[in-house]
Structures are given as structure tokens and as C-alpha cells.
Design a protein around this ligand. Structure first.
Ligand code: GLV
Ligand code: MN
Ligand code: MN
Length: 420
């Protein structure tokens, strides 16, 4: 349970402001109904421009880098003390919630604005980064923005195409960005003091337990695949059922295999989020079916075994049905642990703000993953309302919880020091 309110005269100041800005950003969308803000769309670029302006208003030196990240730097009182990155992403899934990713950026901007108004510099620099791409929607590759800042951007991705056939390289150039400069965005590890991210929980645990916040202990590993099933086209009225090589029915069996297999394995989840029959026609037996697959587990061995089992199971289904399948891995990120030191610092801030300290494993992926092994990472989850639903327009958060998250972040920054 939440303990008595903390001793802050300004309780309630941040929350409504953060939520109002999230509403304002949500109006910049590719679709009339709901929020869709995929990488380098007009809505995405307008969102970046707005974030940049808000960073500037909060006293930061702000810019948009070669991969579309919005970077705001709030210099420290001494230049040699290093940089703490506070980040999250501003791209969204299709028909998204308003807080996934954006909550972390808006909270960081609000807290820096507060420091700036108080004319307060910390001994270290803060970089607030709105990462341009985390969801992997447009180019089937997640973490394009944070991988660049972490010095882990894979240049082979520049040749990857979106559904309209445009390459990542072409999309960047069309947006006025320089793909060749992405390789130079990686930060020097020796300058980094850590990476911290505030994010909506995107699940029901905190809501269920009546707690507003938790500290993330680790982030589950994830692998994504593009699966193509090749069958044989035929007339819907003339080919007997037993003689068909239907790509879509084979795909349907694969979907059910994934569901059964993941349900039977502790700690494993699997999702087929996209199924298409390209050029499908009502009276033609499907020749081709394309599906996406996303599998996740907190333990890498479980994830690896699942990939092998699903591949073997799909091969059996294909052989029995006389179709062929191709499985192509589009992205993979291992499970990572948040640093014990950052967890301890977040615990201190949560406790000082009068909230019970709770820890959670994250089933969702986050930009923090990209900084693991480069600097200390830490994450703070904020309670998700509405049953814990996320990746949906029904995603919600209360102003009180947003406010508390901002106060915890401010306290964390004020107590953050370069010593362990
Ligand atoms: C990001 O939202 C993810 O897919 O975990
Ligand atoms: Mn998301
Ligand atoms: Mn997110």
C-alpha cells in the first residue's frame, strides 16, 4: 500500500502537466481515429519537433540527430563529471496508447524544467533522449534510435524495406537525415554515468496490488520472425479438400501450435500479430501466407529452445500439408538485468517519496536493453490503469501516478552521485 504522502510542497504539480502534453502529442497521428506514429512519418517528425521545442523551453540544448532521436542536454555544474541519460521512445504501435514511451520523455522534460526554473545544476550532465524508434513497426527492427546512441546500430538495416518497398536508407534521406552519420552517434562509454527510463508498466500487476510504482529488475529477451508459407493456388470450387496445399490453413495450424507450445512452457509467451494472404481472393486457394511471430522469455535458454521447437513444429506441419515454409529472424534481443546499483538508487528515491518499494520483471522490451553492458541501467515502472491494458488506445495512467513518478525521478537525480 502507498504510505502517507511525502513531504513535498509541490505535490500534484507535475502530473496534470505531463498528461496534458501526452494528449497534445497524441493529436499528431497518421490516422484520424486514434494514435499511430510510426518511424519517420509526418506525424513522427512533427512529434520530434514538438519534443525538441519543449526540451528547449526546459533549458536544454536540443537537437534531432541522424536517426531522428530528439536529444536535450542539460549541462552539469562541472563539465568533466559525465552524463546520465534519461530516455524513452516517441514512436508508437498502430492504434496505440498515449503513454507507452512518451511518459518517460515527458516526465524527464518536466523534471529538468523544474531544475532549470530553480536555477539548479547537478554535478553531472543530463541528456534527455526521445528515441525515434523502439517498436519495430515500420522496418521490423526494434530499437533503431537507442541502438544508435548505444553504438550498436547495425548498418545492414539501412537496406531493409518497409511494406511499401522503401528502404530505411531512403526513408532517412527523405526525412532530411544523413544515414552515414548514424555510425557516429554512439556515446563514449567512459562519459556515461548510467541510463534510466521511466515507463508505464503495460500490465496489470501494480494495479492489482494497489501500488503506484515499481523498480524493474530485468527485461525479458525477445525474438521476432517473419514466416512465409508457400502452398499452391487453385480453384476454390474444384479442388477437393484432400488435394489442396493451402498456405493459409497451414499458417493457421502454425498459429495454434505457437499458442499451445507457449502456454505449456513456463515463462514463455508467443504472439502472431500479423497474418496476411498477399493478393488473397475469395475464390482462390491461398498460395502464399505471411505471418509475424514474437516470442519472449526472461531466460535466454527458454527463448532459444522455443525458437527451435516452433521451427521443428512448423516444419512438421508443412511436411504433412505439402507446403514449404521459410522462417526468417528479423530481430533478437537477449534478456538483460538492471544494475543492482541503479536499482538501489531508485529504491532510495521511491522510499524517500513515501512509496512501498516493489520490484518487477519487465515482459515488454525497452530502450534500456540497448545500454546494457555499456553503462548501468535502471527503470521505474508506473501503474497502468484500465486493467493494465497497453498497446491499445485504452491505455491509461492517473495524474497522481504520473506526478509521483516525476517526483521520484527528481529525487533520484538530486541524490544521484558518481559514487556507488
Ligand atoms: C515494445 O513495446 C515491445 O514490443 O516490447
Ligand atoms: Mn510499446
Ligand atoms: Mn515502450
Amino acid at each position: 500500500m502507498t504510505k502517507s504522502p511525502p513531504d513535498h510542497a509541490d505535490t500534484g504539480r507535475f502530473g496534470p502537466h505531463i498528461l496534458a502534453r501526452a494528449e497534445q502529442l497524441a493529436r499528431l497521428s497518421e490516422s484520424e481515429a486514434g494514435l499511430t506514429c510510426t518511424y519517420l512519418s509526418a506525424a513522427h517528425r512533427a512529434t520530434a519537433a514538438q519534443l525538441r521545442e519543449w526540451m528547449r523551453d526546459a533549458g536544454m540544448v536540443s537537437s534531432i540527430d541522424a536517426v531522428g532521436n530528439v536529444v536535450g542536454r542539460y549541462a552539469g555544474s562541472t563539465s568533466a563529471a559525465g552524463t546520465l541519460i534519461v530516455g524513452s521512445h516517441y514512436d508508437t504501435v498502430r492504434n496505440a496508447g498515449k503513454y507507452d514511451g512518451r511518459l518517460g520523455i515527458l516526465t524527464a522534460i518536466a523534471v529538468v524544467d523544474d531544475l532549470n526554473r530553480a536555477r539548479r545544476r547537478l554535478p553531472f550532465a543530463i541528456e534527455v533522449i526521445g528515441f525515434s524508434e523502439e517498436e519495430g513497426v515500420r522496418f521490423s527492427s526494434a530499437y533503431l534510435g537507442s541502438s544508435a546512441v548505444a553504438g550498436r546500430f547495425d548498418p545492414a538495416l539501412l537496406r531493409r524495406r518497409d511494406e511499401a518497398g522503401e528502404t530505411l536508407d531512403g526513408a532517412l534521406r527523405a526525412a532530411g537525415l544523413d544515414p552515414a552519420a548514424i555510425a557516429r552517434l554512439g556515446r563514449a562509454a567512459h562519459d556515461l554515468l548510467g541510463y534510466v527510463e521511466v515507463h508505464i508498466e503495460q500490465g496489470p500487476v501494480l494495479l492489482d496490488e494497489g501500488l503506484p510504482l515499481s523498480i524493474v529488475t530485468s527485461i525479458a529477451g525477445a525474438a521476432r520472425y517473419a514466416i512465409t508459407v508457400h502452398g499452391s493456388a487453385g480453384h476454390a470450387g474444384t479442388v477437393p479438400m484432400a488435394l489442396r496445399r493451402d498456405a493459409a490453413t497451414a499458417a493457421a495450424e502454425i498459429v495454434l501450435f505457437v499458442e499451445r507450445h507457449c502456454a505449456a512452457t513456463a515463462g514463455l509467451v508467443g504472439t502472431v500479430g500479423k497474418i496476411t494472404v498477399p493478393e488473397g481472393t475469395v475464390n482462390v486457394i491461398p498460395k502464399l501466407c505471411e505471418l509475424s511471430l514474437d516470442i519472449r522469455a526472461a531466460e535466454d535458454e527458454v527463448l532459444q529452445a522455443a525458437a527451435a521447437d516452433i521451427s521443428a513444429g512448423s516444419a512438421q506441419i508443412a511436411a504433412r500439408r505439402g507446403v514449404t515454409i521459410e522462417i526468417h529472424e528479423t530481430s533478437r534481443s537477449p534478456s538483460v538485468s538492471c544494475s543492482p546499483q541503479m536499482q538501489a538508487k531508485l529504491e532510495g528515491a521511491v522510499a524517500r517519496c513515501g512509496v512501498q518499494v516493489r520490484h518487477l520483471v519487465s515482459g515488454a522490451g525497452h530502450d534500456a536493453v540497448m545500454f546494457h553492458g555499456i553503462t548501468e541501467i535502471g527503470m521505474l515502472f508506473v501503474r497502468c490503469g484500465n486493467g493494465g491494458i497497453s498497446h491499445s488506445p485504452l491505455e491509461s495512467i492517473s495524474a497522481e501516478d504520473a506526478d509521483l513518478a516525476a517526483r521520484v525521478l527528481r529525487d533520484f537525480l538530486l541524490h544521484f552521485s558518481t559514487s556507488p
